[in-house]
Design a protein around this ligand. Structure first.
Ligand SMILES: [Zn+2]
Length: 53
């Protein structure tokens, strides 16, 4: 697995997760492990849903 910091794909980062928006289930949200560790919020592009859950 390539671990170069250049061109790194979040979806291929160990510990990353992806899931459908819990509100509209239209958009796949991808979160890197680092984003979870710092409790970064996400925003659904389709419905505007935000949250860490
Ligand atoms: Zn949504």
């Amino acid at each position: 697995m390539v671990t170069s910091s250049l061109g790194m794909n979040v979806a291929n980062t160990p510990g990353s997760v992806s899931f459908l928006c819990p509100k509209c289930q239209q958009t796949t949200i991808v979160r890197a492990r680092n984003e979870r560790e710092i409790a970064a919020k996400f925003t659904c592009k389709s419905c505007g849903f935000t949250g860490p859950n």
